[in-house]
Structures are given as C-alpha cells and as structure tokens.
Design a protein around this ligand. Structure first.
Ligand code: PGH
Ligand code: CA
Ligand code: ZN
Length: 314
C-alpha cells in the first residue's frame, strides 16, 4: 500500500529502534526489484528519486518525470501488502520540491546543506511550511558528506561534520521531520581510503538533542562479490569501499532510521547485466537481460532489510 506520509514509516522505526532502507530508482526495473524484496521480507520500504531521476524519467522535463515516477510507484504499490513511500532525494530548490509534492510524493528532502546555516534554516523552514500543508514530511541535511580519514584534524572534522548543538537549533527552528547529519559517509563506491569509520559520538549527541528519525546518506556497503562480478565481465571498478554491515547496525543503535542506498543497487544491476549480456550474445529481448538484473537488485535489498532490522515489521 502507498502510505500517506513517509513519517508513518519512520516514526515507527524510531520508536522501535530499527532502520528502513531508502532505495533509489530511475526506472521500473529497480522498482520491481525493491518492492519484490519488501514483500518477501514483510518490510516497509522507502523508494526515492533524485532530481536526476525525475529528469531522466521525463526525458529532460523533471516535472513530467516526477509525475511519471509517482504514478508508477503509486500504481505499483496497489495490492502490495507492505507500506511503500516515495521520497524526493536531495531536492536542491523549491521548483523540484514543488514538482514532487504536486506529483504525489509522500516526502521530500530539501538539501540546502551547502549553504550557510542561517540560509539552510530559512529554505528548510519554507519547504516545511509548504510540505506540511500538503501533509507531506520533510528531510533536511546538516554538514558535508565526506569520508572521515585518520589524518583529518579535529578542526577539519568540525568544519565538515554536523554540529550537534546546531542540529538541535535547526530542528526546533525548522520543524523538519527527519534530519541527515553528516557523520563521515560519502556518496558513491569510494567512501573510505583506509578503514571505514563514522563519528558515532556526534551521532549519539544529535539523536539525544533532536530525538527525530535520522538519516544516513552514502550508506551503501559496496559488496565485494558484486564488484568482482562486474569486473570479471569487463567493468573497471577499483578501490571501491562502502559502509560494512556491522557499522550500519551500530549506526542504527545510535539512532539512524533511514538508510539511503543507491550505489549497491547500481553495482548489483550492472554486474548482472554485464554477465547476462555476455552469456546470451544472440538474444535481443531486453527483458531477458533485465530480469536477472532485477533479481540481483531484489537480493541486495532483501539482505539489507535483514541487516537494518526492518524485515518482519509489517
Ligand atoms: C544516498 C545514496 N542517496 O541520497 O545517500 O548513497 O551512494 O552510498 O548509495 P550511496
Ligand atoms: Ca551536505
Ligand atoms: Zn544522499
């Protein structure tokens, strides 16, 4: 079932101390893989689409793309026995936020984290006012997404990662529903040069001071087996490193409830696509290549639902 607001899913996860995966889509194939996993695992699920995904789905027209994606997800959620939400991932301006709200997304992210704190407060407050009037929930971000390396100084960390006291003021002033505090992750397949490491002390303080559902961006685990599979069929992905499962579990203990995952699905899909293209050189039916790739996405999502603790929560 399509939920009214993503808040329904995340408030429950916050109260019961588990994490819910928020999985990015650009097309139907990823949606099928993700929702199939949610049904098998009896898990709530958040589908999310970036500005780029909206543009892609609308062939360059993000407003049209927002509607295409929302109609597709809403229709696909019909008769599905688990809650399905649709979230705008990293909305950067009011145009994209409004497009998502008008299209029927169940929550939006306004990411003004690159702007000074005061401006971030102003923009986020404006989005909260508009979104809440439509009964849609809002996520915002504080700090910059960068890997925490051992050789980074305290001053450098303070300049990039979330300030817990600022987080408290931010949540009070904006009325935002979910907060993404930068604690040392980054987007993509290359998150850490050395050992994977997050600033849990900072996270603990943010949770203690805000108490709302928190979001971990850049949370993909970058599974070695999938990277190797892709590479063995011609990909060149070297030095890839993600957030290991035990660190994800720890982050959830400290108060993370929404776990953003895009890269893991991309790698799983592309690895399987390369493999089946290689194995069926005379086949011209795209579905014969997409189906095993969808299955690969489904498996990654199902495994994450177990790790995050959202399995059997429906
Ligand atoms: C993410 C996804 N989307 O907002 O934060 O991060 O690159 O780790 O999948 P990954
Ligand atoms: Ca940021
Ligand atoms: Zn992100």
């Amino acid at each position: 079932m399509y939920v009214k607001s993503t808040k329904d899913i995340l408030d429950k996860a916050n109260a019961e101390y588990y994490g819910v995966g928020a999985f990015n889509i650009n097309s139907l194939e990823f949606l099928i893989g993700i929702v199939s996993a949610a049904v098998i695992k009896r898990s709530p699920v958040i589908i999310q689409a970036s500005e780029g995904a909206m543009s892609y789905a609308g062939n360059g027209d993000f407003r049209k793309g927002a509607k295409v994606l929302a109609d597709m997800v809403r229709r696909y959620a019909d008769n599905i026995p688990v809650p399905v939400a649709l979230h705008l991932d990293h909305g950067h301006d009011l145009d994209h936020v409004l497009a998502a709200i008008r299209a029927g997304f169940t929550s939006v992210m306004i990411d003004a984290s690159a702007k000074p704190f005061k401006e971030n407060v102003e923009i986020t407050s404006e989005v909260v006012r508009i979104a809440h009037a439509a009964e849609i929930s809002v996520e915002a971000e504080l700090g910059k997404l960068v890997g925490v390396e051992d050789n980074v100084s305290v001053a450098e960390r303070d300049a990039t990662l979330v300030d817990p006291d600022e987080a408290k003021i931010f949540v009070e002033k904006t009325g935002v529903d979910f907060l993404a505090p930068a604690i040392g992750t980054s987007h993509g397949a290359f998150k850490f040069k050395g050992e994977a490491k997050l600033d849990f002390e900072r996270l603990r303080k943010v949770k203690q001071l805000t108490k709302i559902p928190l979001v971990l961006h850049g949370a993909s685990s970058v599974l070695e087996a999938d990277v190797e599979k892709a590479n063995s069929y011609g990909a060149k992905i070297e030095g890839a490193k993600g957030v290991p499962f035990d660190i994800l579990k720890e982050a959830i203990k400290y108060g993370i409830n929404k776990i953003n995952t895009d890269t893991d699905l991309r790698i799983a899909f592309i690895a399987e696509l390369r493999k089946s293209l290689h194995e069926k050189p005379s086949d011209i039916d795209p579905r014969d290549f997409f189906k095993p790739a969808i299955e690969a996405v489904k498996n990654v999502v199902a495994q994450r639902m177990d790790i995050l603790g959202s399995s059997n929560k429906v």
